[in-house]
Design a protein around this ligand. Structure first.
Ligand code: MN
Length: 193
């Protein structure tokens, strides 16, 4: 069984203000993430998934349509925990050195990330991942996650409406810019490299 306190926020819910409100963080963590965890627990009860780790469940459930509901909820638990860890205010905005092999500059990284973000129609995620020693920006639809595709995530942005609608309403582009300019925890990204 999975529990919310296995995935603690590493900062106060008010810590990302004024860019993300305490109300948004409260709903996102206490309601959205908690519900994915509840649904995952119900889905795996009495199945072979019960003794597996979250990552093992994601990979194993990704292979079959019959386990799509389990996959969606497990992937959303992973994605949300990763996303919350990706954010922090006050970290110097520097592109980690290793990424200069794949991006010309921090601005180049931001513009590539935004270009991919702008191609998401409906709910999804934008990711910086590493695959075969190459760094790249990819998107996933709905609950899908890079770890189901042999990619290692380094950074992600939640672009489901619940991630920004209370604070930004329909201005999704403003939310993307704010994330890129103020919220990326580059220390966390570096720790994943
Ligand atoms: Mn979300």
């Amino acid at each position: 069984m999975f529990e919310l306190n296995q995935y603690p926020l590493t900062y106060k819910k008010s810590a990302l203000q004024p860019y993300i409100s305490e109300t948004t963080m409260d709903f996102h963590y206490e309601k959205h993430l908690a519900t994915y965890i509840d649904n995952l627990n119900k889905a795996i009860k009495g199945t072979d998934f019960i003794n597996l780790s979250l990552k093992q469940i994601i990979i194993k459930s990704s292979h079959s349509k019959e386990t799509r509901y389990t996959f969606n909820n497990a992937a959303q638990v992973f994605n949300h925990n990763f996303f919350f860890n990706c954010m922090k205010i006050g970290v110097p905005q520097n592109l980690p050195k290793k990424l200069f092999n794949s991006f010309d500059s921090l601005d180049d990284f931001k513009s590539q990330f935004k270009a991919v973000a702008n191609t998401i129609f409906g709910s999804g995620w934008v990711w910086l991942v590493t695959e075969a020693r190459e760094y790249k920006i990819v998107k996933t639809a709905n609950a899908d996650t890079p770890i189901a595709h042999n990619q290692t995530p380094l950074l992600c942005l939640d672009l489901w409406e619940h991630a920004y609608y209370l604070d930004y309403q329909n201005k999704r582009g403003e939310f993307i810019d704010t994330f890129l300019n103020h919220l990326i925890n580059w220390e966390f990204v570096e720790s994943c490299l």
